[in-house]
Write a protein that binds this ligand. Structure first.
Ligand code: GBH
Length: 524
């Protein structure tokens, strides 16, 4: 357990990681359950928003129905080898034709809210307000009416990755004119749908758009020609577009419609790989600072964070460039962007262990971050390689947001787990995941005073998991794809989530609280 330096006459002993591990076993006299893994009993605020989510391209289908324009995902999916098994979203879950079925399963879940996204090219086929597709707007009108009739409040995302291809043909997010195009689209949606919507989300997970879409190219539009600069330009325009949409809502619609509008950011939580090494702490911090802070810092605190600015500038100058590869905001822009939030929308799935790595001359987002991440081998696997079960990370991330971004109201807009392979409706792994993660949210709320307003489970039903196609399934409802009617079949977790909702959390089983033996829908 100790390394001995045999080249040194003093034979110095240096503890290895195993020495620290054994030290803790002795100190704890075995393996007691750590406090943060024990269940906490209690409930959330009375008006807590219990939701589940989907997104347009992943569920709607109807890819060319009634005048819809093509999106970058339509084109991407129809290009060879971009999506596993060459799956496409042409039909997906056919939600375009199944409003009734979708609302029925939402009612079965007993959620108070439903988060879905609008397909921009469905309502504006060429991306601009020069041509409005009324049939597309009509679909969302009908969906909203059906939800409200079922007493389910909508949470509407304007952009969940399906950019009109017509806009991409002019450079997409790389073209400054994107800012105005998005503002006009948002304005139209507030005007036409806003009387029925109290929660708006401008963008879902900007980092995925910037980094996967225009950095590695694993997501549409699949661009990987300039990973050193393009993601930063995309991110910059996206932040400005978000701010403009927020201002339109604030100036023109808020007084009358009385809703809230913000952005949804995603982040892993990160711990140091070696908890005895300061460099690993710094690396772990950089993971969250680059992931979440890239967007959260300008919007909540003003401008990019010093950590992000300094690293990208230093690495740019060291490579002989005259200025940083990260664009700069003007002082007016900093002011215009800062404060454009009514809540913090958070997507979170997993945690990582970080350590620093020098990427040398390589110039990209990952190289600028200068970190490699791995998983702890004790974290459970799921149906997605990137997703390991590490519930404690959600509580830590919520606390990080509280401390770094001024204690904002937080809506968790996604959290969930996948399976793949053989279909088994008895998805006990999903019950386990939700129980442990939601309980960490309860701890953040009750013990740490984090202002959590809502929780959203991803996803309502199995759907097109982007580049992984239909192979990874996150749903409460299994969609039988071999039946042309695409029936939604409840998994066991429907029952579990319904009970958590009914109890508004986790009452002490000893309390005999009525929700515990409530007559919730039984799947089996
Ligand atoms: C969310 O992204 C999305 O908002 C949602 O649409 C999606 O269905 C859900 O999560 C589940 O993935 O294959 O190693 O390149 C979460 C962020 C984006 C994380 C894709 C994993 C793929 C990693 N995810 N990413 S990799």
């Amino acid at each position: 357990m100790h390394h001995v330096d045999f080249t040194n006459p003093d034979r110095p002993r240096t503890p290895k990681y195993s020495a620290h591990f054994y030290y803790n076993v002795i100190k704890d006299n075995g393996f007691p359950m750590p406090d943060d893994e024990k269940m906490l009993y209690g409930h959330f605020r009375e008006d807590f928003m219990w939701s589940t989510a989907s997104s347009a391209y992943q569920i709607e289908g109807g890819w060319r129905a009634d005048g819809k324009g093509l999106s970058i995902w339509d084109k991407f999916a129809h290009s060879p080898s971009r999506i596993l098994n060459d799956d496409v979203g042409d039909i997906a879950c056919d939600s375009y034709n199944k409003i009734e079925e979708d609302v029925a399963i939402l009612k079965q879940l007993k959620v108070s809210h439903y988060r879905f996204s609008i397909s921009w090219p469905r309502v504006l086929p060429d991306g601009t307000i020069n041509h409005i597709n009324e049939a597309g707007i009509n679909y969302y009108q009908k969906l909203l009416n059906a939800l409200l009739a079922a007493n389910i409040q909508p949470q509407v995302t304007l952009y969940h990755w399906d950019l009109p291809q017509a806009i991409e043909d002019y450079g997409g997010f790389l073209n400054d004119s994107f800012v105005k195009l998005f503002r006009d689209y948002a304005d139209l949606m507030f005007d036409r749908l806003g009387s029925k919507v109290k929660i708006w989300i401008t963008f879902n997970e900007p980092i995925m758009v910037a980094n996967h879409g225009y950095g590695f190219g694993g997501f549409a539009p699949g661009i990987n020609s300039g990973p050193d600069t393009l993601p930063y330009i995309v991110g910059h325009n996206l932040i400005k577009a978000h701010a403009e949409a927020w201002h339109v809502y604030n100036d023109k619609y808020r007084a009358k419609q009385n809703g809230k509008i913000s952005i949804t950011l995603n982040s892993d939580w990160s711990e140091p790989r070696n908890p005895y090494r300061q460099e690993d702490y710094d690396a772990a911090r950089r993971v969250v600072e680059f992931y979440l802070g890239w967007f959260a810092h300008p919007i909540f605190n003003g401008d990019y964070s010093e950590i992000v600015k300094t690293r990208i500038r230093d690495r740019s100058l060291a490579a002989g460039l005259p200025h940083s590869r990260l664009p700069e905001f003007t002082p007016e822009e900093i002011k215009r962007v800062k404060g454009t939030h009514d809540f913090f929308g958070l997507n979170h799935y997993t945690s990582v262990l970080a350590f620093p790595v020098d990427y040398g001359d390589d110039a990209s987002f990952d190289a600028d971050k200068g970190v490699v991440t791995v998983s702890d081998r004790v974290w459970l696997d799921t149906g997605s390689v990137w997703l390991k079960v590490a519930p404690f990370g959600l509580r830590k991330l919520l606390n990080f947001i509280k401390e770094q971004y001024g204690n904002p109201p937080i809506i968790i807009t996604e959290n969930g787990v996948s399976e793949k392979g053989t279909v088994d409706l008895n998805d006990v792994h999903r019950n386990y995941y939700y129980e442990k993660y939601i309980n960490q949210v309860l701890k953040a709320y009750l013990l740490d005073g984090v202002d959590v307003r809502g929780y959203t489970a991803w996803s309502l039903m199995d759907n097109l998991e982007w580049a992984a196609g239909f192979s990874e399934r996150f749903g409460f409802f299994y969609v039988n794809r071999s039946d042309p009617n695409l029936p939604r079949v409840p998994k066991n977790s429907v029952n579990f989530y319904t009970k958590v909702i009914k109890c508004n959390g986790f009452p002490d089983p000893e309390s005999g609280h009525e929700c515990l033996n409530a007559d919730v829908f039984n799947v089996f």
